[in-house]
Design a protein around this ligand. Structure first.
Ligand code: CA
Length: 438
């Protein structure tokens, strides 16, 4: 677990003055990572760090010669078109680059003139995938989501008995994960309407988003070696926003006995920015299971995990329909939740994933599962907000929704703030549904 240090000091400001405005996601205390190039150019993608409305081009920074030691090695690794090598370098290297960037970007830094030559405006860039995602595993860590969805699929048996013992997950598909701005066609597959005797092949009618966080692995583990919970977070590079698009009618017909398949692998969208675990240090809080529930087995339990396992990340889902876009109406919030409702911590996910010796590699992605809060309005999917499609809800322009319709853009946002720390944010992830290809 990271200690609070000078890089988290809420009094710290940057000479990039847009970083100092109270509501900026990209304050100097954040320093998240992406890959980018100038929009429309043929430039190679390279790593960058957000500061206010600018990006520090890490390739350009590595060429200035103003960094040294581990920070210079880190910046050189970030000059590549994907961050996998940097992600594999581990905590000491990540911390060295963070400290050097914080120092170079702080108000009064004598490196300002050189670093200024490495800035690119966020308004002028397009983002790439931050890394090659070798494998993607999706978990199911919100007990509120698991219970609500369980009720819809199995009214008499909503929460299966293993839920409170195992961080439930499945292996997903990484090829269809794309960056914010993703558009995709409404998926087609087998559906079986409840009143029909036989399935049909048709466009999904119950298309849904899932409000999730994406957890990017850093240095992994050798095949056969488990990661101990006391050490698990040191293997995690950082966290992004993650919309795990889901086709509920495809899911209902196909999910037994082997779990999700085509209902899940047609599109998933990540935010371009990955917030490091070190940046999240000030927003940690105690973690426990309710006293009446089974307590985590010893391999999923540690003092640090109990004292600081939870992460207080405010989450928000917004919609902008095609009509809203045409009328110039901004996106509208439809639910809010928080990652601190999660039934399992990041460390527990990593430890459980490797307890059998499964090897995780730099750039692997773990989905948190839909982050629904305890209240119905905190639901992280439309399946829950519409009570299984039975109740539509009204948007402020008079349109109604039960599930996602063609032309809808779904946007996820996330941020952290508390009294003793600066505000940091994740930016956003937006993706838009196009009509089915039929
Ligand atoms: Ca999911």
């Amino acid at each position: 677990m990271y200690q609070i240090n000078e890089t988290h000091n809420p009094a710290l400001t940057s000479w990039v003055t847009s970083a100092n405005q109270g509501m900026s996601d990209f304050s100097i205390q954040n320093l998240p990572f992406a890959t980018f190039r100038r929009a429309g150019s043929k430039e190679a993608l390279r790593g960058g760090v957000a500061i206010g409305d600018q990006i520090v081009d890490l390739k350009a920074l590595s060429e200035t010669g103003i960094l040294d030691g581990l920070a210079q090695e880190a910046a050189e690794a970030c000059s590549a078109d994907s961050l996998n090598r940097y992600m594999g370098m581990g905590q000491a290297v990540w911390s060295a680059l963070r400290a050097a960037l914080s120092n170079a970007l702080a108000t009064g830094s004598d490196l300002e003139a050189q670093v200024r030559t490495c800035l690119v405006s966020q308004a002028d860039v397009e983002y790439g995938m931050p890394c090659h995602i070798g494998d993607y595993t999706d978990f199911y860590t919100s007990i509120h989501h698991a219970t609500s969805v369980g009720k819809l699929f199995r009214p008499d048996n909503p929460l299966l008995p293993n839920y409170k013992w195992i961080p439930i997950g499945y292996h997903g598909r990484s090829s269809s994960i794309d960056i914010s701005g993703q558009t995709f066609h409404r998926p087609v597959s087998q559906l079986k309407p409840p009143t029909a005797d036989e399935p049909v092949v048709a466009p999904c009618k119950r298309l849904d988003y899932e409000l999730e966080l994406g957890i990017f692995m850093g240095n992994g583990n050798a095949l056969g070696d488990a990661i101990n919970i006391s050490d698990a977070e040191s293997h995690v590079f950082g966290i992004c926003l993650f919309n795990d698009w889901s086709a509920r009618d495809i899911q209902a017909w196909e999910y037994q006995p082997l779990g999700p398949f085509l209902a899940k692998n047609f599109a998933s969208t990540i935010s371009p920015w990955i917030v490091s675990m070190e940046a999240l240090a000030p927003y940690r809080s105690a973690f426990s299971h309710p006293g009446d529930d089974p307590q985590p087995l010893p391999y999923l339990s540690s003092d640090v995990n109990s004292e600081q396992g939870a992460i207080d990340i405010e989450l928000e889902v917004l919609i902008q329909t095609e009509k809203m876009r045409a009328a110039g109406t901004p996106a509208e919030t439809i639910s809010r939740s928080n990652f601190n409702h999660s039934y399992w911590t990041v460390a527990q996910l990593v430890t459980h994933h490797t307890v059998n010796g499964c090897n995780l590699r730099p750039g692997d992605l773990l989905g948190s599962g839909t982050q629904s809060g305890p209240e119905p309005e905190g639901a992280g999917s439309l399946l829950e907000l519409s009570n299984g499609g039975k109740q539509s809800f009204a948007l402020s322009n008079g349109e109604e929704r039960t599930f996602v319709e063609d032309g809808d853009t779904i946007i996820l946002r996330g941020y952290c703030h508390n009294d003793g720390a600066a505000r940091i944010g994740f930016g956003e992830v937006a993706s838009t549904v196009l009509p089915a290809k039929v």
